[in-house]
Design a protein around this ligand. Structure first.
Ligand code: FAD
Length: 428
């Protein structure tokens, strides 16, 4: 049986990894290299030598069980390290560390801290989140903890994550996030990272698939061909490829273009937001021991992530920092402008927060994509796409899958890919 997988991101690679032994597998990827959103830059400067660093900042959580097991299975377990991921908030012209209950107490009024603690306890006690899919996060926070907790704590977080869509986000999403992220202990949360970069995971998966006979081919799928309710093949750069099954990992907006949605019978109207993420190579560190800084200030990015305050700069021979923003529309200046213009905009904001920043920049890179995260708005729970569709031989895995709710992640995409592989094996 021949299976075509559309997309060599983690979902596509995970499905292929599980199927390549038993099936004839062809992954079609429109970019020259596999990896999708988890791809890395290869940096090579005369003073640092060669290394890999993620194009979008990445770390993992202790609960990412399937991904951790996969890293072990591929013999890469010794590269996975758990470090304290220090966080902070920039507001009123200064940085407030936000790692421990004591630090949060210093940044927020006591009454807000008490209300926030009660909100977290209440969120953790809710087992069935589905009724909260119909109400906004803002409504629930107002009802549970009041306006001040929303304004002082949640609003800046929601702003940096969802921008203009922040008031559309559902309470079910918020509850899911609080339940996952609130077990930080008194010293702050530990985050996982593969020393040398997650690129090693992508390469190991791709090698493993090829060794088992699978192929990873560069091309763009423009159509999934369906006849009599069954998959017949795909069209790749005008060439017809016959196959028995297709696993599609592309976002709904692309899926809509390559299949007759009437046949698919699912609502593909899922809003996504884009990301514009700059990475700077620096001569010096910028912040004292803060990895992740959320920002409530009038600058064109929502967070600054100093990677080398998480992983030592000695691994790279220089300091690395991301500045990043989500954007909600193709009309955004972050999408319309040239790379140089976006970098100039970001540099202006960075200079405002960290005077003298410009002089420390050795080089920069910018990655931008339109569809980098679903907007988990009211009603999103009902739009999650199934692994197995009504079209015989068509499977779906990606950021829109159940495994990627309430937050899309590398683990979620690996699980989604595995779920499709299981369904294929079971002949569903
Ligand atoms: C800014 C940012 C930060 C993140 N941080 C983290 C983090 O810290 N931790 C974490 O776990 N996760 C993080 N993620 C999420 C994680 O990277 C993604 O959830 C995961 O990599 C998605 O994998 P995927 O295979 O589902 O989708 P993708 O990686 O998007 O893969 C889909 C692939 O399909 C290809 N494709 C699209 N259309 C076609 C076509 N017509 N024909 C052929 N190929 C096509 C694309 O090029 C792409 O390679 C982050 C993501 C972003 C954007």
């Amino acid at each position: 049986m021949k299976t075509v997988i559309i997309g060599a991101g983690l979902a596509g690679l995970a499905a292929a990894y599980r199927l390549a032994e038993s099936d004839e597998i062809v992954i079609i990827e429109r970019e020259p290299e596999p990896g999708g959103m988890a791809s890395s830059y290869s940096i090579n400067t005369p003073d640092t030598g060669a290394y890999h660093i993620e194009e979008y900042y990445h770390h993992i959580f202790a609960g990412d069980k399937e991904l951790i097991a996969l890293i072990d299975e591929l013999g890469l377990g010794d590269r996975l390290e758990w470090q304290r991921g220090t966080t902070g908030y920039y507001f009123n012209g200064r940085i407030y560390p936000m790692n421990t209950p004591f630090e949060i107490l210093r940044a927020l009024p006591l009454v807000d801290v008490i209300r926030l603690t009660l909100l977290v306890l209440r969120a953790k006690a809710i087992k069935d989140r589905s009724p909260y899919d119909n109400m906004t996060a803002r409504e629930w926070i107002y009802d549970t903890a009041g306006e001040s907790v929303y304004n002082n704590f949640f609003e800046p977080l929601l702003q940096s994550k969802f921008g203009d869509n922040k008031e559309k986000v559902s309470a079910a999403w918020l509850l899911g996030r609080v339940q996952i992220r609130s077990n930080r202990g008194t010293k702050g949360e530990r985050l996982g990272y593969m020393r040398g970069g997650f690129n090693a995971l992508i390469e190991a998966m791709a090698d493993n698939i090829r060794k088992k006979g699978g192929k990873i081919v560069n091309g763009t799928v423009s159509q999934i061909e369906v006849a009599d309710g069954s998959v017949q093949g795909v069209v790749v750069d005008k060439e017809h490829i016959r196959c028995d099954r297709v696993i599609s990992t592309v976002v709904p907006r692309v899926l809509e273009k390559i299949i007759d949605t009437g046949l698919l019978g699912h609502n593909l109207d899922i809003s996504y937001q884009g990301t514009a993420c700059a990475l700077f190579g620096l001569t010096e560190r910028i912040m004292d021991d803060i990895y992740w800084l959320n920002i409530k200030e009038d600058v064109p990015f929502g967070a600054v992530i100093e990677h080398t305050n998480f992983i030592p700069a000695s691994d790279y021979g220089e300091h690395l920092m991301y500045a990043t923003s989500y954007f909600q529309s193709p009309d955004s200046v972050l999408w319309r402008s040239s790379d140089e213009e976006v970098i100039e905009l970001y540099l202006g904001g960075l200079e405002k927060l960290f005077p003298g920043f410009r002089e420390k920049v050795k080089w920069w890179r910018l990655r931008r994509d339109m569809d980098t995260a679903p907007v988990y708005e009211v009603g999103y729970g009902k739009k999650i796409l199934p692994y197995v569709t009504g079209i015989k031989g068509l499977y779906l895995a990606g950021m829109f899958s159940q495994a990627n709710y309430p937050e899309r992640s590398m683990n979620g995409s690996v699980v989604a890919g595995f779920k499709c592989a299981e369904a294929v094996k079971e002949g569903k």
